[in-house]
Design a protein around this ligand. Structure first.
Ligand code: NI
Ligand code: MN
Length: 228
């Protein structure tokens, strides 16, 4: 059992598992919280939850430079495929055995228009079962939904949840999400990038620990969580 999860700021995530390197929602250029620049980012696979600019971000440029395969919903994968990039399209509820593990797209309550106004399909989250069997849930941008309970039934090692409010769940609903998901560890993201989504993550973490007894790991942009 081992993986390394890195928060690069906002919803930009890195994951190293089974000798593979993944990037999720790589938004570096124009991201005031970004811990590194787009040309420093390394990836074998790039996962995109939805079409918004703060999630598609630098994916095309990084994919071009690294040769990474982009995995997203069918509409976003097609849009990027037309730019000559290597893509793999999936959709909500569908899983696929990739070399790094079994990746399933989950529902998310949000929008998904692409930066040029193209239709970006439905927004998604990701449920990854690693080659070692750990289940990692990346909620994406979403509001609270009751079917998080179904995702929790899978037995989650890690849940990565937005807590910023305004565009996604805020702290109160994110706490309710943890109650439904019951992960071993939860990591908050999508906060403090801009004033509109400023939150006290440590206060939230204390509340989650106290009321749910769940392990919370509050990272600073650039920091990693290592499951040994
Ligand atoms: Ni969004
Ligand atoms: Mn967002």
């Amino acid at each position: 059992m081992s993986y390394t999860f890195t928060w690069y700021g906002h919803a930009t995530l890195g994951l190293e598992t089974g000798g593979h390197r993944l990037l999720i929602d790589p938004f570096f250029s124009g991201n005031p919280a970004a811990a590194i620049s787009a040309d420093q980012a390394q990836a074998e696979y790039i996962l995109i939850t939805h079409g918004h600019g703060d999630h598609v971000g630098d994916a095309p440029a990084i994919a071009k430079r690294t040769g990474a395969t982009i995995i997203s919903n069918f509409e976003i994968a097609s849009w990027l495929g037309k730019q000559g990039l290597k893509t793999h399209g999936q959709h909500i509820g569908g899983g696929f055995h990739h070399p790094f593990g079994y990746l399933k797209l989950t529902q998310a309550l949000h929008g998904s228009a692409l930066p040029d106004g193209s239709y970006g399909g439905n927004p998604a989250g990701f449920l990854l079962t690693t080659l070692q069997g750990e289940k990692l849930y990346f909620a994406g941008d979403t509001g609270l939904f009751g079917d998080m309970q179904l995702i929790g039934e899978e037995g989650l090692d890690l849940a990565v949840l937005p807590i910023g409010d305004n565009y996604t769940m805020g702290p109160a609903d994110a706490l309710r999400a943890v109650r439904l998901l019951r992960p071993r560890t939860v990591i908050p993201i999508h906060f403090n990038t801009f004033g509109l989504i400023k939150q006290d993550a440590e206060a939230w973490a204390a509340q989650v620990r106290q009321t749910l007894g769940c392990e919370v790991c509050v990272l600073q942009p650039g920091q990693s969580f290592v499951r040994a």
